[in-house]
Design a protein around this ligand. Structure first.
Ligand code: SAH
Length: 345
């Protein structure tokens, strides 16, 4: 029965909620294996064996927000805070460009220092200095006017995970002033403005049930974002979720496969969180259907301070210094890291 559902998903690229729940409830290892095979088959004619790399620049760990799962939330007093200057950011891009990166992802906490007046000239400069590169932003919730200005200044893509597509669950993960409805509005706003949008969620976040995951997949199959970021939840010792259990790497891999089958064209990273739980997470991720990796281009001294969760992997293939090793690991399993913007096809 479950296998039949997978085959239907591969043909129709969508399922009703009950069918998602069935696929997600205690999948057998055979089913996970079948999902991987279908995912790889469906990715093949679109992206082949190409792996896109994105240079992740963590611009600041200062945040006015207070998400319960996140290590850089404002209520955490044990974070040594940093913020990159415009010059430091440009240096990261220059470095990245030399190494073959053609997408820069500026990610950070919701840091009020980065106003539109600060960011717009910076984006224009990145755009002018690196005209062959795409610029992705992941700076949380701003305003429609701000998203528009940043787009006009040269940003092409925006990553804003929906985190969970169930309002009650959203409220379990976020402070009272954040709202599920707003989150969803921002996402459609970003799409309307012309961004390639990334949504996504944590696998195994506290309180998450199969019904929540089914709702996530229903949302994603309707919204069809260009990018979907998922990774296991990993607890951080100074957050309200310090004692919560980590998400499962195996379940994350299975979800990567299901997402690829549901949305064959999607740009799908094997995330640092997956690599943190699984030493060969990038390889396993690609074999499950992913096609993107996001090595860290930030100054080495800042990487540990950007601690969304404990024991974040940041010294191996997760960083620019590990790029050769990453290429080797990908070659070992028959994949190729390419020098390309890697736009949504
Ligand atoms: N401030 C930006 C960037 C957040 S960090 C924003 O709000 O979009 C990017 C993603 O890391 C988050 O969307 C969240 O899904 C993930 N993340 C945060 N804390 C985490 C944790 N403890 N374990 C795993 N992933 C986490």
């Amino acid at each position: 029965m479950a296998y039949f559902l997978l085959k239907r998903l591969a043909k129709e690229h969508q399922l009703v909620r009950e069918d998602w729940e069935e696929l997600l409830t205690s999948p057998s290892s055979e089913l996970m294996h079948d999902a991987q095979e279908l995912a790889v088959q469906l990715r093949e004619p679109i992206y082949g064996k190409n792996i896109f790399i994105r240079g992740l620049i963590e611009i600041s760990n200062i945040c006015h927000n207070d998400c319960y799962y996140c290590g850089i939330r404002r209520s955490n007093p044990n974070v040594s805070r940093f913020r990159l200057s415009a010059d430091e950011l440009m240096t990261c891009c220059e470095n990245g460009h030399k190494f073959g990166f053609r997408t820069f992802v500026l990610q950070g906490g919701e840091d009020d220092f980065y106003t539109d007046d600060f960011l717009c000239p910076l984006l224009q400069k990145i755009h002018n200095n690196f005209p062959d590169c795409a610029i992705t932003l992941s700076l949380g919730e701003r305003s429609s006017a701000s998203y528009r200005r940043l787009f006009d200044a040269g940003a092409n893509r925006y990553l804003l995970r929906h985190e969970t597509a169930t309002a009650e669950h959203y409220a379990q993960l976020h402070p009272s002033w954040m709202s599920y409805t707003n989150r969803m509005l921002w996402l459609s706003d970003l799409k309307t403005l012309g961004y390639q949008v990334g949504a996504g969620f944590m696998v195994g976040s506290p309180g998450q049930t199969v019904a929540h995951l089914a709702a996530d997949l229903c949302f994603l199959q309707n919204f069809r974002p260009a990018m979907i970021g998922i990774g296991p939840f990993i607890s951080q010792q100074d957050t309200p979720f310090a004692n919560e259990k980590n998400g499962s790497a195996e379940q994350t891999l299975y979800l990567l496969s299901l997402i690829r089958i549901m949305h064959p064209h999607v740009l799908l990273p094997a995330t640092t969180a997956l690599n943190t739980l699984l030493s060969n997470g990038s390889q396993r991720g690609m074999q499950a259907g992913a096609n993107v990796v996001m090595p860290n281009l930030s100054p080495a001294s800042c990487r540990e301070k950007y601690a969304l969760y404990d024991h974040k992997a940041c010294t191996g293939i997760e960083s620019i210094e590990g790029l050769e090793l990453l290429k080797k690991q990908m070659a070992e399993i028959g994949y190729k890291v390419v020098i390309d913007r890697g736009d949504y096809q």
